[in-house]
Design a protein around this ligand. Structure first.
Ligand code: NAD
Ligand code: ZN
Ligand code: ZN
Length: 388
C-alpha cells in the first residue's frame, strides 16, 4: 500500500496502522496497532516513508518527568508523503513529499519574516505532547487510550498528523534515506556553523561531542573554509571517524592526564578556539567549551539538550572582561521553510555531504536496534524504513 493509492479511500476517516509506542521511560518501544484521526484545521496527515533517530529522542525516552510524557510516539527526523489535508491547508496537496520539522515556521509573524530569527512568535516552540493549535492528540491505541505526540512530529508511526507550520515540501528526487536527515540533526549542525556562528575561512573550531550533530558542525565548518577543526569526544572511535568529516585534531578528555580539556585546547591553539560548539548536552561540557574559547572574540554555540532544569553558572567578572560570547542555537538558526531547500540544493550539487552520516539502516520492526546503536556510541544516524 502506498500513500497515493490509498488516500482517496482514507481521507476524512481514521486510519489503523502500526506505531512504535514508548510506554514507559527507558523501556523498549512496542510496535502496536494505533488509530490516527483525520487532520483538523491547519493539519496534514502523512504517510512516513523513513525516519532516523536523533539523540533528543533518546533523551526524552529516558526522562521520567515532564516534558517527557508517556505513552508517547517518539521520532522527529523523517520524510513522508501527504495522505490528506485538513481545512485551510493550501501549501501542500495529497501526494507531495514532505519533511516535518520540529521548529514551527508560520511565515507571517515578525520573527518568521525577519532574517535574524528562526523562533516563530505565532506558534512558539515548546515541548508539548499535543497538536499545535487545539492541544489535543490525533493518536489512540487499540483500547482507546490517548497517546501523546512528540516534538509535534511523532514519526515512529506509519501515519502521523503534523501541523502545516511544521512541514516543508521537499524535492522528491532526493533519496528519502538522505532527505530525512535534514529534518533535525544534520541541518542543525551545518546551520550552527553557517548561520549561528557564521564561521569565517581560516578560523579554528572546537567541537565537543562528535555525534551526528557535532560532525555536521564539522561539515558546516569545512564548507565555510575553517582551517583547523578540533574534535573532543570520550569515545576513541570518533578519532578515526572524525577524520572523514574534516576533523584535523582529536582530544579524548579521558587522555588529558592532569590537564582539563580547555587547558589542552588553549595550548594547542595558542590561546583558544575562535568558535566552540557544545554538542553533548552536559553542563560540565558547556563550561569546558566556554573556557576553550579565545578571549576577545571567542564564541560558544550551545547545541546539546540537557535536562530542562539544568542551570549554568559563569563568573560575572570573567564574563564581563573576557570578550567572549555565548549563544544557544535551536535547529542551527535555520528557517525551516526556506533554508532546507538551500541545503537540499547543496547536497544535489555535491557540496554538502549527507551519505556519510548514515551508518546503519533497519526495518521498522527492529526500531529498538537503532536505540541500542546510538546509546552504545556505534551509530551516527540509523535510518528506520517503515515499509521496505
Ligand atoms: P550522539 O549520541 O550521536 O552524539 C553525542 C556524542 O557526544 C557521542 O559521540 C558521545 O561519545 C559524546 N560525548 C558524550 N559525553 C561526552 C563528554 N562528556 N565529553 C565529550 N563527548 C561526549 O547525539 P547527537 O544526535 O549528535 O545529539 C547531540 C546533542 O544535540 C544532544 O544533546 C541532542 O539532544 C542535541 N540536539 C540539539 C538540537 C538543537 O536544535 N539544538 C537538535 C538536535 C539534537
Ligand atoms: Zn511565525
Ligand atoms: Zn533531533
Amino acid at each position: 500500500m502506498d500513500g497515493k493509492s490509498c488516500s482517496s479511500n482514507t481521507a476524512g476517516k481514521p486510519i489503523r496502522c502500526k506505531a512504535a509506542i514508548a510506554r514507559k521511560p527507558g523501556e523498549p518501544l512496542v510496535i502496536e496497532e494505533v488509530i490516527v484521526a483525520p487532520p483538523k484545521h491547519g493539519e496534514v496527515r502523512i504517510k512516513i516513508i523513513c525516519t532516523s533517530l536523533c539523540h533528543s529522542d533518546v533523551t526524552l525516552w529516558k526522562l521520567k518527568d515532564p516534558p517527557a510524557n508517556f505513552p508517547t510516539i517518539l521520532g522527529h527526523e523523517a520524510v513522508g508523503v501527504v495522505e490528506s489535508v485538513g481545512e485551510g491547508v493550501h501549501e501542500v496537496v495529497e501526494g507531495d513529499t514532505v519533511i516535518p520539522i520540529f521548529l514551527p515556521d508560520c511565515g507571517e509573524c515578525i520573527d518568521c519574516l525577519s532574517e535574524k530569527s528562526n523562533l516563530c512568535t505565532k506558534f512558539p516552540f515548546k515541548l508539548s505532547p499535543w497538536m499545535e493549535r487545539e492541544e489535543t492528540s490525533r493518536f489512540t491505541d487499540a483500547n482507546g487510550e490517548t497517546l501523546y505526540h512528540f516534538l509535534s512530529i511523532s514519526s515512529f508511526s506509519e501515519y502521523t498528523v503534523v501541523d502545516i507550520v511544521h512541514l516543508v515540501k521537499t524535492d522528491p528526487t532526493i533519496p528519502t534515506n538522505r532527505a530525512c536527515l535534514l529534518g533535525c540533526g544534520i541541518s542543525t549542525g551545518v546551520g550552527a556553523a553557517l548561520k549561528t556562528a557564521k564561521v569565517e575561512a581560516g578560523t579554528t573550531i572546537a567541537i565537543f561531542g562528535l555525534g551526528g550533530i557535532g560532525l555536521a558542525v564539522a561539515e558546516g565548518s569545512r564548507l565555510c573554509g575553517a582551517k583547523r577543526i578540533i574534535g573532543v569526544d570520550l569515545n576513541q572511535d570518533k578519532c578515526e571517524l572524525g577524520k572523514k568529516f574534516g576533523v584535523t585534531d582529536f582530544v579524548n578528555p579521558g587522555n588529558c592526564g592532569d590537564k582539563t580539556v580547555s587547558q589542552v585546547i588553549i595550548e594547542m591553539t595558542g590561546g583558544g578556539a575562535d568558535y566552540c560548539f557544545e554538542c553533548v548536552g552536559m553542563k560540565s561540557v558547556v563550561h569546558e567549551a566556554y573556557s576553550s574559547c579565545r578571549k576577545g572574540w571567542g564564541k560558544l554555540v550551545m547545541l546539546g539538550y540537557d535536562h530542562p532544569d539544568t542551570m549554568l553558572s559563569f563568573n560575572s567578572f570573567e564574563l564581563l572582561s573576557s570578550g567572549k560570547s555565548i549563544t544557544g542555537s535551536i535547529f542551527g538558526g535555520l528557517k525551516p521553510k526556506s533554508d532546507i531547500r538551500i541545503l537540499e540544493k547543496r547536497y544535489m550539487d555535491k557540496e554538502l555531504r549527507l551519505d556519510e552520516f548514515v551508518t546503519h539502516e533497519v526495518d521498522f520492526k527492529d526500531i529498538n536496534t537503532a536505540f541500542d546503536l546510538m546509546t552504545e556510541g556505534k551509530s551516527l544516524r540509523c535510518v528506520i524504513w517503515m515499509n521496505k
